[in-house]
Design a binder for this molecule. Structure first.
Ligand code: DON
Length: 575
């Protein structure tokens, strides 16, 4: 009896202890995995988050009036060309990743292309040296624009309302004008001299403008009206094409009517991989975004980063070491898949990625010189733009679009009303010589006629438990990939709300230069001291911000939470 009672007692107490332990464990896990309380804009059904309130409002209005996420994509993209000429564009290109409500996923590549006359050494002088500025400033830097082909292709395949209904509010915005924000006034002032030097004193942007002024874009409205009238071909074969080719050539550039006529956007299979119970869908080559983020997530997966603490020295270390190794592969292997063989099976093989991390230790920094492949890169700033859209049916669209530099090549076509890109600089002009952002490319990214230049843009969609969970992306050049990775981890591993995930301070490492770049004032001294003691070099001067993330999270009850980055004028709008 006593024995039995003792036995029973001890069994009971063991059961009790195990139950408490199990409870603690489960609640601990759940605590970390539990959905964070939202702090961003919440809407019931649909949302657009973009770099400008005007663009988000036009996209959201399309959704509310019965358009789907793809219709809203067209509206938001073109409204950004009006309201955010810094990066929004008709004269650039981009990438879209989508997930339809039935789970179907895909990607559209409307990246710029090299002109037909392009050659591998087109930016070199007779001695074989890179000619300064030729691939960055003015007409010689311009790649064949893809944006109009992109939006028409999206609309052709998935659009649900007439193009005119989408274009009308965009044209109205261009005619009514856009109120200049403080940040926009600062940017215009910063680049004014360069724009005038390249585009002349007759340019629209000659006039100084201040916060609160209204900028009207009548030429752009006229171009959009012709596109509304004549469709995609207006831009690639019509009056606009003729004027555009003549303008670029008159300014000394290479784009011809034939280049425009032969441009096509291309549907691509996105990069898809699992991270724990997430399924991540991201952009494939010619963007390096999906491949590199896939490598990063697979390298960190065996470690429970969620237990390390958000932005703790250990979490920063683990990510830095994964970033370092992934970026070392990036420039060496990646380029336009229509021109180069990319060993994706090898680069994304789990055993290869585990092996890459086999010398990782929390005790000290790996030195980049000990990691092979890849090339020197220096930072790019925030001159691209990203927007995220979810519609009431549950279709999701993630788009990053760019002119490359701020206001692209700074060549503004006043007659047509838009800036032209300087995307040719994303090619490697000469192996071993850095481009304007310090990127040194390999042969995979050399210039060839009609080839697309390598990109870092990483529009991404994340599923959790088989359902849509996150839509995310950012500008920021080579920092795009690490900023997207951190935003996903903030939400998933560190239980931050969507808005908090976007706002949280970010860091970046890209193999070379061998230092961690931190957003100034975002990280405690003791964290940085700990990292220094382990051999990490820290740089807080390179850039005031890393990325400008715009994202949407689907909450457990189906509502949406926006994450609009306060680093810019970004805005979430929905209903
Ligand atoms: O495609 C790329 O990776 C670059 N052209 C993006 C440039 C960029 O993000 C500039 N600023 N943020």
């Amino acid at each position: 009896m006593i024995y039995l009672r003792d036995y029973t007692d001890s069994k009971l107490s063991r059961v009790l202890i195990y139950s408490v332990l199990a409870l603690l464990l489960v609640s601990g896990i759940q605590c970390r995995r539990a959905p964070a309380n939202p702090t961003g804009l919440i809407t019931e059904k649909a949302m657009v988050v973009s770099a400008r309130e005007e663009a988000s409002a036009i996209g959201a209005a399309i959704l509310e009036s019965g358009g789907n996420a793809f219709d809203a994509m067209v509206a938001t993209e073109l409204a950004l060309a009006v309201a955010y000429p810094y990066a929004g564009n008709l004269g650039g290109g981009g990438f879209m990743v989508y997930r339809k409500s039935d789970g179907d996923v895909g990607a559209l590549d409307y990246r710029e292309k090299a002109p037909l006359s392009a050659t591998e050494d087109m930016y070199l002088d007779s001695l074989g040296n890179v000619i300064p500025g030729m691939s960055t400033n003015g007409a010689t830097a311009v790649g064949v624009p893809g944006t109009i082909a992109g939006v028409f292709e999206v609309h052709r395949k998935f659009g649900s309302i007439p193009m005119e209904r989408i274009l009308d509010p965009v044209i109205a915005l261009a005619e009514k004008g856009v109120v200049v924000t403080e940040k926009q006034a600062d940017r215009l002032e910063r680049y004014r001299d360069q724009i005038i030097e390249i585009s002349g004193e007759e340019t629209l942007f000659y006039t100084k403008c201040q916060k609160g002024d209204t900028l009207k874009y009548q030429s752009l409205a006229n171009t959009l009206k012709r596109i509304r009238e004549n469709g995609r071909d207006e831009f690639y074969r019509g009056e606009t094409a003729r004027k555009l080719a003549a303008f670029i050539q008159e300014k000394g550039g290479f784009i011809t009517e034939e280049d425009l006529a032969s441009y096509e956007a291309v549907w691509r299979q996105p990069i898809i991989f699992n991270y724990k119970d997430l399924r991540i869908i991201s952009m494939s080559p010619p963007s390096s975004g999906g491949v590199t983020i896939n490598q990063i997530f697979k390298m960190i997966e065996p470690y429970d980063i969620g237990d390390y603490g958000h932005n703790s020295a250990e979490a920063i270390q683990l990510l830095t070491e994964a970033f370092r190794r992934a970026y070392a592969d990036r420039n060496f292997y990646l380029g336009d898949p229509d021109f180069v063989e990319i060993p994706l099976d090898f680069l994304l093989q789990e055993s290869y990625l585990r092996e890459r991390m086999s010398d990782f230790t929390l005790d000290r920094a790996t030195k980049s010189e000990a990691v092979s492949h890849g090339t020197v890169e220096i930072l790019e700033s925030a001159e691209t733009t990203h927007y995220s859209i979810v519609d009431a049916m549950g279709n999701a669209v993630s788009v990053t679009t760019t002119l490359n530099g701020a206001y692209g090549s700074k060549l503004y076509c006043d007659e047509l009303g838009f800036f032209l890109n300087n995307e040719m600089d994303d090619f490697s002009s000469k192996p071993g010589v850095p481009n304007m952002f310090g990127l040194i490319g390999a042969n995979a990214n050399s210039i060839a006629p009609e080839k697309r230049m390598l990109s870092s843009m990483t529009p991404t969609i994340v599923e959790k438990d088989g359902a849509l969970w996150l839509v995310v992306g950012t500008p920021g050049g080579s920092t795009i990939i690490t900023a997207v990775a951190q935003t996903i981890l903030n939400a998933y591993e560190f239980n931050l709300s969507m808005q908090q995930s976007v706002e949280a301070p970010r860091f970046h490492h890209q193999w070379l230069p061998d230092y961690i770049i931190f957003e100034p004032d975002g990280f405690p001294e003791r964290t940085k001291d700990l990292l220094r003691s382990k051999g990490y070099e820290i740089n807080e001067e390179r850039t005031p911000v890393i990325g400008k993330v715009d994202a949407i999270r689907v909450l457990p009850d189906g509502r949406l939470e926006g994450g609009a980055d306060p680093r810019g004028d970004d805005k979430a709008i929905g209903y």
